[in-house]
Design a protein around this ligand. Structure first.
Ligand SMILES: *Cc1c(COP(=O)(O)O)cnc(C)c1O
Length: 462
């Protein structure tokens, strides 16, 4: 029929459907209102999942009601709810209601945030949220970057800028095989990023699991290729134990040696909001780049990581994509800001907007209070562990991770306990390793996690 189709012949997939909309919005309303959120179960039997999915995708399509029922009963329950206040493994999540709801707005409006030309409104708002984070870190006016999918993507994008900026700055004197100094405690994504970039790591031994300026200095002086180190990565809150590196010491050496200074604060830099621990981050104002994941402790939905550069023009020189069809995106206008220029990506969802909306609606004081609440419950948890006879605290928590020992237990016992705890829907707590030993680990992040819940969980270890 050519290109002149009548309205009545529109493809039904693109026609507003009141019933479908109600079906989905009712589900969302119900899920948002769940209090408490049930923990549910992960790692279900693959056969039963495959059996329920069988034949669902077929040429004619399946009734939406049936698909949603299946999702609700069989699929959603086979995902551990990381937003449950009883989810205390890995790094949990605790998106605010405002952020979750606005995520739906981003989806329903197909909001993208690739370039200023196409999406100035979304980009301006995202940049406002980035500005809040840059200010907390004490970065000067002009700092900026973009939101990426996660800390891993942020670390890779920042280290790419570090590598290429050094090569450009040093010209003929640049090392053919540059190194980047990282601590033994750096997150696995940092090692992976260096692998992708073809850059070797100089592994700096830690003192008490913390990278210090002195340790970095000694490692650089003691290494035959110490002067080929072009960057250093410090961690603003290790994932396993919540330890903050000596950012001031490391930063000072980075400046002295003209090395790029990157801080991986994917988990911990949320605590820049908390006056009670802010001094531990002193030195972060020296960074050339840093990463913080709002989808972790800044209460945004997945997937949202903030990547901020001190001098964004350096990142732009590295990440701008050249293609004739993209030329139109780049002008000399000073207000032009293309998020695609600041990381390894092109098309991107305006994934910073749920955070932006929640910050705007709730105010930054609410963020400060939520982070402080979690820090306080963490300290209470450490006190409780110290009081309980069957447990031993491994170290005082700096942020919101508690490492502890159940006297006499080996890995198997921790794992059996952990599985039963989830079976009983009391908590999701998996063990970790500390200095070669299997130990208990509680990662707090949800402001609704109470000391009573923790007490209930720890009692099951007696
Ligand atoms: C979580 C985490 C990462 C990785 O972030 P993703 O968002 O999972 O990609 C990197 N570094 C640290 C310190 C983290 O805690």
């Amino acid at each position: 029929m050519g290109g002149t189709r009548k309205d009545t012949m529109r493809n039904p997939m693109f026609v507003y459907d009141e019933q479908l909309t109600t079906l989905i919005l009712d589900y969302c309303r119900w899920r948002l209102a769940l209090d408490p959120v049930p923990l549910d179960f992960g790692g279900a039997q693959a056969e039963s999942l495959h059996a329920s999915l069988k034949g669902l995708i077929n040429p004619e399509g399946t009734d939406a009601r049936r698909v949603m029922e299946l999702f609700d009963n069989e699929l959603a329950t086979a995902v551990v709810s990381c937003d449950s206040p009883r989810f205390l493994s890995f790094i949990p999540a605790a998106p605010t209601k405002a952020a979750l709801l606005f995520d739906m707005v981003v989806a329903c409006s197909s909001l993208q945030g690739t370039s200023w030309m196409e999406a100035a409104g979304a980009v301006a708002a995202e940049n406002q949220a980035l500005g809040v984070l840059a200010d907390l870190a004490g970065l000067p006016e002009g700092a900026g970057g973009c939101f990426v999918s996660g800390g891993s993507a942020g670390n890779l994008s920042a280290l790419m800028v570090a590598r290429d900026t050094a090569a450009h700055r040093m010209g003929d004197g640049a090392p053919t095989h540059p190194l980047v100094a990282i601590s033994e405690e750096a997150h696995s994504s940092v090692g992976k990023a260096l692998h992708v970039l073809g850059v070797e790591a100089l592994l700096v031994p830690c003192e008490e699991h913390r990278l210090t300026g002195a340790a970095l200095q000694a490692a650089l002086d003691g290494h035959p290729r110490g002067d080929e180190v072009i960057a250093v990565v410090a961690t603003g809150g290790t994932t396993n134990a919540g330890i903050i590196d000596d950012l001031a010491g490391v930063g000072a050496i980075a400046k002295e040696r003209s090395m790029w200074f990157h801080v991986d604060g994917a988990y911990g830099c949320a605590a820049l909001f908390a006056p009670s621990v802010r001094p531990r981050f002193d030195g972060i104002e020296l960074v050339d780049s840093f990463v913080v994941d709002p989808h972790k402790w800044l209460f945004a939905p997945f997937d949202c990581a903030a990547l901020v550069y001190r001098e964004p023009h350096l990142a732009k020189a590295v990440h701008t994509q050249d293609a004739s069809y993209l030329d139109v995106l780049h002008s000399d206008a000073p207000e032009e800001w293309n998020p695609s220029d600041y990381a390894y990506h092109l098309t991107r969802r305006a994934r910073g907007l749920p955070l932006w909306f929640s910050l705007a609606v709730n105010g930054t004081d609410a963020y400060r209070d939520a982070v402080e609440t979690v820090l306080a419950v963490t300290q209470e948890t450490a006190d409780l562990v110290e009081r309980l006879d069957h447990l031993e605290l491994i170290r005082r928590p700096e942020l919101s991770v508690v490492l502890f020992r159940r006297n006499g237990w080996d890995r198997d016992e921790y794992e059996r306990w952990s599985a039963k705890l989830l079976d009983d829907q009391i908590g999701f707590v998996v063990p970790t390793s500390w200095e070669g030993e299997s130990v208990g680990r509680l990662a707090l992040l949800h402001p609704d996690t109470t000391i009573d819940m923790i007490e209930e969980i720890l009692a099951t270890m007696a």
